[in-house]
Design a protein around this ligand. Structure first.
Ligand SMILES: [Zn+2]
Length: 191
């Protein structure tokens, strides 16, 4: 029996293509470019027009700051397996503050921006409603505490956070700090 229209067999893809596509599917907003160089297919992953990863037949090279390393060799796949190698790269991207989704579920590995619940909105002065903007239609329940969606065509002019109480959008540095007095400050007053 011959199946002409069978789905692409993932095992037939070069490793770098498989890894590149897996990363791309877990990295919203990232772009993938393919080049040929001396019969080797090279894949480049960029975000906001900044090159982050170059993957070739030997491995992946990082173009983003990573305290761990600068390259990942595909040889590692034979030791730990493909999913873990992909996860390593995703974690390194997350550590560099890129917004990526883990390989096993929809949970984002690291918050791209730290927003304390004690920080307040500069518009309504309330705390607790500040969430990180993420482009998309829907959000997994486990992410909705930290993130809020905006449609892909919304122009946010560099804004990264939104107050879900009043609708204000802006950047973290505009937030009002210390909405509540710290325990240390209260103890100090009681003395
Ligand atoms: Zn507000």
């Amino acid at each position: 029996m011959i199946e002409d229209e069978s789905p692409a067999d993932s095992a037939a893809l070069p490793t770098q293509e498989l890894v590149a596509q897996s990363i791309l599917s877990r990295f919203p907003g990232a772009a993938l470019a393919r080049h040929e160089k001396e019969r080797d297919a090279i894949f480049e992953i960029s975000f906001e027009e900044k090159l982050l990863l170059r993957l070739d037949g030997r491995g992946a090279r990082y173009f983003f700051p990573s305290r761990r390393k600068r390259t990942v060799k595909w040889e590692k796949i034979t030791v730990v397996g493909l999913p873990r190698v992909i996860d390593y790269i995703l974690r390194d991207l997350a550590e560099a503050n890129y917004e990526v989704i883990s390989t096993t579920n929809t949970q984002i590995l690291k918050r791209p921006i730290h927003v304390s619940r004690h920080m307040g909105c500069p518009e309504c002065k309330e705390g607790g409603g500040i969430k990180i903007l993420v482009r998309g239609e829907t959000l997994a329940a486990e992410n909705s505490e930290i993130y809020t969606t905006i449609t892909p065509d919304t122009d946010v002019v560099g804004a990264e956070i939104k107050c879900t109480l009043c609708g204000w959008i802006g950047i973290r540095s505009l937030l009002l700090r210390k909405m509540r007095r710290s325990r240390k400050a209260i103890n100090h007053e009681q003395r």
